[in-house]
Design a binder for this molecule. Structure first.
Ligand SMILES: C[S@@+](CC[C@H](N)C(=O)[O-])C[C@H]1O[C@@H](n2cnc3c(N)ncnc32)[C@H](O)[C@@H]1O
Length: 156
């Protein structure tokens, strides 16, 4: 299964890149994971947040792999438990779905993009910095895969 994470933002702190790389290396052969950074639009000088998000939306849409099940990360979305995420991962794998997760930038993302998503997923009720969302999402996907394989990484 292919899992693509589209994340608005470049030049993340080193700890973010290290942590994402560390978890994504653990997936093994059955998950091809890739994180693609989306260039954020510059704010200021006549470009407000809504205009910037619209420009980012275009870049995101252009980067979505064809026939992907689209999951937008959003603090107002549904919050699965790790066990529920593992169940969903199993279902998506059985259906042959490829997954595309989208993480917005500093101002979040457009309503358009949220409406286009198959699912809005919340990692916490807190607003998280987008770099941290990359790390948490990658770790939870690895945890979900560990649960499906009865790997001791996950303990109840
Ligand atoms: C700094 S937040 C943007 C906050 C913005 N005020 C909003 O309304 O979405 C950047 C991105 O991180 C992700 N994010 C932040 N907190 C989250 C959470 N609790 N659960 C899931 N995703 C989150 C979302 O994709 C969001 O677009």
């Amino acid at each position: 299964m292919n899992i693509t994470v589209l994340a608005v933002g470049t030049k993340m702190p080193q700890w973010v890149d290290h942590a994402v790389r560390d978890y994504s290396k653990r997936f093994g052969r059955e998950i091809q994971f890739q994180l693609k950074e989306i260039k954020p639009e510059k704010r200021g000088a006549g470009v407000n947040a809504a205009q910037a998000m619209a420009a980012e939306e275009q870049r995101i849409v252009a980067a979505i792999p064809a026939h992907s099940y689209l999951i937008v990360l959003d603090e107002r979305g549904k919050a699965p438990t790790s066990m529920e995420l593992a169940d969903s991962l199993k279902k998506w794998q059985q259906q042959g779905d490829n997954l595309c997760f989208i993480i917005g930038g500093a101002d979040g993302m457009t309503t358009n993009l949220k409406q286009r998503a198959n699912m809005l997923m919340r990692l916490s009720s807190l607003t998280l910095p987008h770099g941290m969302v990359r790390v948490l999402l990658t770790e939870q996907l690895y945890r979900a895969q560990s649960i499906l394989h009865n790997h001791p990484y996950h303990r109840e």
